[in-house]
Design a protein around this ligand. Structure first.
Ligand SMILES: [Zn+2]
Length: 69
């Protein structure tokens, strides 16, 4: 199973909790397939820096790039 990582060092903190964001693995179901993604998220309220929809969109772009080659 492929894991797409969107985790990156960031100075961002959760606005609600004032906690530094940490990489968090999530699974997303897309086109009946399950993908694992790593997103920066708040450890307290699970707010994610990259929205799930955006992650799915980027994943789809990466897949298309791979198919072109
Ligand atoms: Zn939070």
């Amino acid at each position: 199973m492929t894991t797409f990582s969107f985790a990156q060092d960031t100075p961002w903190k959760c606005a609600a909790c004032d906690q530094p964001l940490i990489p968090r693995k999530m699974s997303i179901t897309y086109l009946k397939s399950e993908f694992h993604v790593e997103l920066m998220a708040c450890p307290q309220c699970n707010m994610t820096l990259v929205e799930e929809d955006l992650a799915v969109g980027k994943m789809f772009e990466v897949e298309q790039l791979l198919e072109d080659k």
